[in-house]
Design a protein around this ligand. Structure first.
Ligand code: SAM
Length: 239
């Protein structure tokens, strides 16, 4: 049977989950697009339910509920109307795990948060920790930017750097000491927000402060800095 009513309970839930409050209360999130739903399959993560546009055979999956295509497009938070939409449980680890973690503080742009998750997965980091002031990694833009890595990467929240694993290496543009080569032992790479960077009291609590050397310009984008640092940290490392 095809869903044709705007007031269908699943469509209503998907509309609500566009809001951070509804996501936090329910512990659920929405994944838009067949590529991301297939990434969940590949990671062995089951959806609570999946809706497909009527007649779309791109993802043949048992239990997929058909929806009138324009109705399904209308509940998507991202601009392009997706033909497949899944609802999943959020997964949070109690603490960030090592040996290599990335921690974000005040990174407000969901695209940056998702891109960091993607990079963390690509470079084999054990977890991504989200501190105060960060965008919700389970929001639609962050999920899209993660390109499926949201299903592969352990996520945790932290309030203070004391909760992060290993040596805490704060990344700060322009400081004298450069981040070079693999890090010794367990470490967390700490990245600050787009506008303000990392506050002084947080830097004081870190074990080390390092810069990615630049030829020009004041700083890199937060996600770019995390990606370069992850590459540097894992380069030739036997983790
Ligand atoms: C856009 S930058 C923030 C710039 C901010 N105006 C500041 O003074 O720190 C966002 C974050 O990316 C990281 N970052 C950017 N460029 C970096 C570099 N060259 N070396 C180390 N970290 C960098 C830092 O963690 C920074 O907090």
């Amino acid at each position: 049977m095809t869903i044709t009513s705007r007031t269908n309970s699943r469509l209503t839930e998907i509309r609500r989950l566009a809001g951070a409050g509804a996501r936090a209360r329910s512990g659920r999130f929405v994944v838009e697009g067949e590529d991301l739903v297939m990434a969940a399959d590949a990671a062995g993560v089951s959806a609570l339910y999946v809706l497909c546009a009527q007649g779309f055979a791109g993802v043949a999956r048992p239990g997929c509920l058909e929806v009138e295509p324009s109705l399904l497009a209308s509940v998507c938070a991202l601009r392009q109307g997706s033909r497949v939409v899944g609802v999943f449980e959020q997964r949070w680890s109690e603490r960030a795990g090592g040996p290599l973690a990335v921690a974000l503080l005040g990174v407000r742009d969901p695209g940056n948060v998702g891109t960091v998750i993607r990079a963390a997965h690509a470079f084999g980091a054990s977890s991504v920790a989200l501190g105060p002031g960060c965008a919700d990694p389970y929001g639609p833009k962050a999920v899209r930017a993660s390109m499926g890595a949201i299903f592969e990467t352990a996520l945790a929240r932290f309030a203070t750097v004391a909760e992060l694993p290993g040596r805490i290496v704060a990344l700060v543009a322009g400081v004298e000491r450069a981040l070079r080569g693999p890090l010794e032992g367990a470490a967390t790479l700490l990245v600050g927000g787009e506008r303000d960077g990392l506050p002084g009291d947080v830097l004081a609590a870190c074990d080390d402060v390092r810069a990615i050397p630049q030829i020009a310009g004041d700083s890199l984008n937060a996600a770019m800095a995390a990606t370069v640092a992850l590459y540097e940290a894992t380069r030739m490392a036997d983790r």
